[in-house]
Design a protein around this ligand. Structure first.
Ligand SMILES: C[S@@+](CC[C@H](N)C(=O)[O-])C[C@H]1O[C@@H](n2cnc3c(N)ncnc32)[C@H](O)[C@@H]1O
Length: 246
């Protein structure tokens, strides 16, 4: 496979509290992945099982807010994926993502852009659209607008899968942050005091999770006829949802 370049398709890269930690210092998130603080291993294991069981023909995989593709690159090697497109705002992450796919037979393309504008970058349809830990940065109406675009961009029989933080019933953002902190201090490993402070500020200021019911209803409102929770990780912070039609 030829070595793909990273394209700067969209110069309007959002630089705010939701993206800054990833753009300026990818090392923090890489440590989070390596210490499995967000249950990447189990979550991406579930993604692999879905892809193996449900995508039995060669398929394209659009990884929105792909980060360094550390796990998606490994999962896709075990599937019939033939084409991968990764979109992210972090140049550092995209450079690593490109390396993760080096030597793979999967055709790859990397774009530095706001993932919300994916429909201006790729030529639909896509067979699988995946977002790991990123839709929750959008406000609820924007989540719905985004999901409608995803629905439109999927091929016949295509699936949309997300792995996102959840609010418990009756929980508001303040209580969510308290629960996050408790889980963080009990289970998370590997971050220095300064890195922990940056991460906690990022979570407090930019995470907008939904209840399980809302994540499902957003998919239904976007036009998906199938919208299901398919996985909960061990600390109760994150769940995976799968949306499809037909
Ligand atoms: C929590 S990380 C998730 C990375 C990867 N999907 C995973 O499962 O580990 C969030 C990623 O979203 C990217 N990101 C945040 N906002 C974005 C936006 N508006 N457009 C594109 N990427 C964005 C960050 O650079 C970062 O790589």
């Amino acid at each position: 496979m030829p070595h793909p370049q990273i394209n700067n398709t969209d110069l309007d890269i959002p630089r705010d509290i939701s993206t800054e930690i990833f753009i300026s210092n990818w090392k923090i998130y890489r440590k989070i992945i390596e210490n499995d603080n967000m249950s990447h291993r189990d979550g991406y294991g579930k993604l692999r099982d879905i892809l193996i069981n449900e995508m039995r023909r060669p398929f394209s995989f659009l990884d929105l807010a792909c980060g360094d593709a550390y796990y998606s690159s490994k999962v896709l090697q075990q599937t019939k994926a033939e084409k991968y497109i990764g979109i992210d705002v972090s140049e550092q992450a995209l450079t690593l993502a490109k390396k993760e796919f080096a030597g793979s037979d999967i055709e790859t393309r990397f774009e530095r852009a706001d993932f919300i504008n994916f429909d201006r970058i790729i030529k639909p349809p896509a067979d699988v659209i995946w977002v790991g830990f990123s839709v929750h940065h959008l406000d609820t109406p924007d989540k719905l607008r985004f999901m409608k675009k995803v629905k439109k961009a999927l091929s016949n029989g295509g699936v949309f899968i997300i792995y996102e933080p959840i609010l418990l019933e009756g929980e508001n953002l303040r209580l969510y942050f308290e629960r996050f902190k408790q889980t963080f201090y009990e289970h998370w490993r590997g971050l220095s005091k300064e890195e922990s402070e940056s991460l906690l500020e990022h979570v407090r200021e930019s995470e907008k999770p939904e209840t399980t019911e809302n994540w499902i209803n957003l998919g239904k409102d976007a036009g998906f006829t199938k919208a299901d929770k398919v996985f909960s990780e061990k600390t109760g912070l994150y769940e995976m949802f799968k949306y499809g039609s037909g």
